[in-house]
Design a protein around this ligand. Structure first.
Ligand code: RAT
Ligand code: ZN
Length: 426
């Protein structure tokens, strides 16, 4: 195409200019990463970073057993360096690292300026041991162009507790999310005893008014302590709502009222089957298709509540978009975990934009290791940029006019504005 970009009105007139403009805008857009498992420095060892952590990411642990004869017992008896050595040898040296999780390590090392062609693991280790965590945080935030990350904060975790007690979580680029998996999924087994131990007068099956009040008091105290952006839970595919068990009572009498009162949305991450293969430990979870009638009911019966939702099954994604068209109290976010692969991100992003336009949060990183912000966002930016190009191009080609500032506005909303707006509105 040879059409000119008319500088006087800033209107983009050619496909070529459009592509360059979108790529630049997406590349330069700062991101609020709304779901990670990262921690700020005061949380100490909970903040993972460096090559050995990258290599022992649970996504890679699941892969190494497929390419090595190591037994589960042998693997778990190894220390972290030995596990990293094995993963490096099996998945990067004896086989080409083309899976998304492997490719991510290569992208990250490359973007950190390391020579990936050398395949010299010791050099990579030396690089990380020569930097401080504070300096590395700055490097990663700059390289990934992320300006805020939302952590996953478990009020039942004894390692997190002391940091919250101090009231100082250090670096303000790390914001909190109040994760409620233990409360919701393990109330009878774990949360009940824990709450009693803290002096909350709850009953074992959570079926009294007094118990509801006490759980609300617990949630309030954590909202005050953490100032979370949202409350969150991961749920199995067979999650049902309404529910006459503990989950339903917690939702209806504790979480939803508190979520409304404090204007802290409730994030549901639905579709995880925990411990499908327990031998893999954290890498052993699977996925299943959820019944979205329950989600529809939850949204319809609680229209004054705000929900952020992401789903783990590919088969659920189209239905979720249709539900998004019906309920403005739903914000769909991210391509979660097994969905966070290029082919699926591309498909889901296209599907979401076709059904919901720009009223979505297309991605989160789910980074567990700080360095992963680099590859997760580099890979996703590219795909989102390609999908946007395809969509804007169809408009341009029938004569719609587009300016860079309009594209900037849209991209800004996708990568942070929609999140902030959804959270702030009443
Ligand atoms: O993607 C992951 O790392 C999973 O292990 C889970 O943490 C999941 O994202 C979750 O938040 O439950
Ligand atoms: Zn996660």
């Amino acid at each position: 195409m040879t059409l000119q970009n008319n500088n006087s009105d800033g209107i983009i007139r050619s496909d070529e200019k459009l592509k360059i403009a979108i790529e630049n805008i997406v590349e330069n857009q700062e991101i609020i990463d709304i779901h990670t498992h990262l921690f700020s420095p005061p949380f100490g060892d909970l903040l993972l970073w460096g090559i050995d952590e990258l290599l022992t990411y649970h996504y890679l642990i699941a892969e190494v057993f497929r390419k090595s004869d190591v037994t589960y017992d042998e693997f778990w008896a190894m220390d972290k360096t030995q596990q990293a050595d094995l993963i490096w040898q099996k998945l990067f040296i004896e086989n080409s690292p083309i899976s998304e999780a492997c490719r991510g390590v290569v992208t990250t090392l490359d973007k950190l300026g390391l020579d990936v062609s050398s395949r010299n693991l010791q050099d990579y280790r030396d690089y990380f041991s020569s930097t401080s965590v504070e300096a590395f945080i700055d490097t990663v935030f700059k390289q990934s162009n992320v300006n805020k990350v939302v952590m996953t904060n478990d009020p039942f975790d004894p390692e997190e507790g002391p940091v919250w007690e101090t009231g100082d979580t250090g670096d303000t680029r790390f914001e909190a999310a109040l994760r409620m998996d233990v409360l919701i999924n393990n109330y009878e087994e774990t949360a009940y005893e824990h709450l009693r131990g803290l002096g909350y007068d709850v009953d074992p099956t959570l079926s009294t008014e007094k118990g509801y009040k006490e759980v609300r008091r617990f949630l309030e105290s954590w909202i005050q302590r953490m100032n979370p952006r949202y409350m969150a839970v991961s749920l199995p595919p067979d999650f049902q709502y309404p529910d006459d068990g503990v989950l339903g009572r917690l939702f209806d009498n504790c979480i939803l009222p508190i979520s409304r009162e404090y204007n802290v949305p409730f994030a549901l991450m639905i579709g995880v089957k925990r411990a499908v293969n327990p031998n893999l430990r954290m890498a052993g979870d699977g996925t299943g298709k959820a019944d979205l009638d329950s989600l529809e009911t939850l949204l319809r019966e609680n229209q004054d509540n705000k929900f952020l939702v992401t789903l783990l099954s590919r088969e659920n994604q189209h239905e979720l978009c249709v539900i998004g068209r019906k309920f403005k109290n739903l914000m769909i976010f991210g391509c979660w975990w097994f969905m966070n692969n290029p082919s699926v991100i591309e498909e889901i992003t296209r599907e979401r934009m076709e059904l919901l336009g720009l009223s979505i949060i297309p991605q989160h990183s789910d980074a567990r290791i700080l360095d992963q912000l680099i590859y997760k966002w580099s890979h996703s930016r590219q795909i989102i940029s390609d999908v946007l190009y395809e969509k804007y191009k169809t408009l341009l080609n029938v004569g719609w006019s587009l300016t860079p500032s309009e594209i900037e506005r849209d991209v800004n909303n996708l990568f942070g504005g929609n999140f902030e707006h959804f959270l702030s509105k009443n």
